[in-house]
Structure formats: C-alpha cells, structure tokens
Design a protein around this ligand. Sequence first.
Ligand code: G6P
Length: 373
Amino acid sequence: AAAEKDGYPSFMEKEIHDQPSAVEQTLLGRLDETGRLTLDELKIDEAVLRSIDKIVVIACGTASYAGQVARYAIEHWCRIPTEVELAHEFRYRDPIVNEKTLVVAVSQSGETMDTLMAVRHAQEQGAKVVAICNTNGSTIPREADAVLYTHAGPEIAVASTKAFLAQITAAYLLGLYLAQLRGNKYKDEIATMLAELEAMPAKIQRVLDEIEGDVKDLAQSMKDASSVLFLGRHVGFPVAMEGALKLKEIAYIHAEGFAAGELKHGPIALIDEGQPVFVIVPSPRGRDSLHAKVVSNIQEIRARGAVTIVIAEEGDEAVKDFANHIFYVPEAPTLLQPLLATVPLQIFAAELSAAKGYDVDQPRNLAKSVTVE
Ligand code: G6P
C-alpha cells in the first residue's frame, strides 16, 4: 500500500499531487492541431445540442461544487440558462425538464444513487443527459446519453481532490464546446480559454512547489481551531464551500463557506476575536470590480478581530495589509482560478486532519461512494 501512495503519508496527499496530471489528462486529445475543440465522445446529435435552452447540472458533494463553478463559465460562454442542483433535491421537487434541457450529471464514482435516480428522472422527462465521470463503465455513464470522462486516475481517499479539478476541467470543455457549436460571439475568448486551460497543469504544479510547506505549517499551528470560515465571490464562492467541506469531512471541524456578499446579512455576526477566515481573492485584473469588493470584505472582518488567511493572485499587493497569512497563486483568468485556489485548501485540510491524528483517507461515518438513497 505504501508504494501505491508514491511515498506520501496518505492517498489524499498523493491525489493532491496528482492534480497537474489529472487536469492534463482530462484535456488530452480533445483539442485538434488548430486549437479547436473536438469532443468525439459527446455522442448527442449536434442539432439537439444546438436546440438546448436550459442546462441543469446535478451532483452531490464535491461534484456539486464543481458544477457550481462550471455554471459561471457555461452561462458566460454559451448564454444558456444553467442551474446547479443537488441530485436528491432535484429528483423530489418535480423539476421542469424536457427535450430542450441538457442535464449534466457530475460524479466521480458514477455510482452515487441520488445522482443516478436524478438521471433516470430527467431522461423520463425527455432530457438528454451527459455524464462527467471518473470511473470507466460505471452505472451513471452507462445510462447517460453521452459521457465525458475525467481522466484523473483512480481516486482512493474518501475526500475528493483530483476528481474535483478534473470535473471543472471537463465541464469547462463541455461549455466551450457548446459555445463553439453555437457559434457565439465569444469566439476569441474561447480560443484564449483553451490556451489558458492548457497552461493550468504547470501552474497547479507551481502552487504545490511554492506554497505547500507554508500551508502545512499554518495547519499545524491551527490544530485546535474549533471553527473556520471561508469567503469567496463568483467562482470563489463554490471554492469556499469546497474548502469548508474538506475540513468537515476529514478534520471534523465546524466549517462554513459563504458568499462574501452575504457577509452583512448574517455571517459577520460570527466574527469574533481570533476567528480564522479564509478569503479567496479574485484576480485584480478581472472584470466587474470583484477584487475591490472582496478587499473591502477582508477589511470589514479584520476590523472585527478575524484572523484572515488570504489566497490571492501573485503580484496582488492590495490585500497584503489586511492579511494575517497570505498565499499567492499564479496569475490566471478569473474563471480558471478555482483550479489553483482550491489546492491550498485541500493541503490545509489534509494536514490539519493528520495533525489531529485522524485517518486522512478514511474519515469516520463517510463512504467514498454513497450507493444508497
Ligand atoms: C461522497 C464522497 C464525496 C463525493 C460525493 C459524490 O460523499 O465522500 O467525496 O464528492 O460522495 O460522489 P460522486 O462519486 O458522485 O462524485
């Protein structure tokens, strides 16, 4: 078993380090020489894909956060209204789904019962289903109309890491492909995004090489924390929720991810002297003054005693003065930042779990794949 872990103390740590390759493998063979996207495995009639007027992403757990990240990108590139819903909620609320709905079922294992039931329900209403899945030949891709496999390799640790990055990558490919097919106005951006995606594996590797040690030191120093909060906006919001989920799952610490804009509507009441808060800061080069908004959120919580742990893009000096701890990740377009910003949160959770003496790979009460409803 030690050999299977490549010398790492846990599968989770190994899988965190597999991430540059997980993203690279998921992109492999899907771009032709001219940089155009070819998704041959997407065996749904092009005319059907052109007629889609709604996309619904269904998933559970970490896969649902990958869906939430993807929603920002798909709606922006394709201009198709996109919803993301937990599979068990979707299934039991009489959702409006028909032949013009594309359902995207995201599942690492391909065996999550709630997601499978939601897939069947959607198909009964006439929707086409694309599975984004990491396990060849599993039930969800077998029943779906088409499948885009994530090629992350087997994921053993219960807490999902490399599958998450690969799911975002695959969902982005699907979004870019639909945009390409529908010949939309973001043509230049599509080409740029494909090139930027290809550059991501090396940037993820840099995150691992450059900040892993410091993140681990911080985790060791925080092993007595009883509550940790995570804040983000836009794609940083699902990243915040994923960071919180990792801590709950393997370190058994109460953790919550919030949309930074919600702060004033409740969460700020939780801020007290010494409360640790991770903040995912969007790129200062991004649009819509997102960056300035998050910087002011950091100031607000700092003024109320929070210990701020800031994840920002390298070169971002504006956040320095308000950060108790700062971790810089490489430059990337806002939509791709989750592929970088999630990594320190995974490292933090794994290290904190290990520091508390817990079984990082086999957390109590949890299963890798939940095959009952
Ligand atoms: C379980 C696992 C999670 C995973 C979720 C969905 O809760 O512990 O890591 O995100 O199931 O699993 P799936 O295989 O459908 O992605």
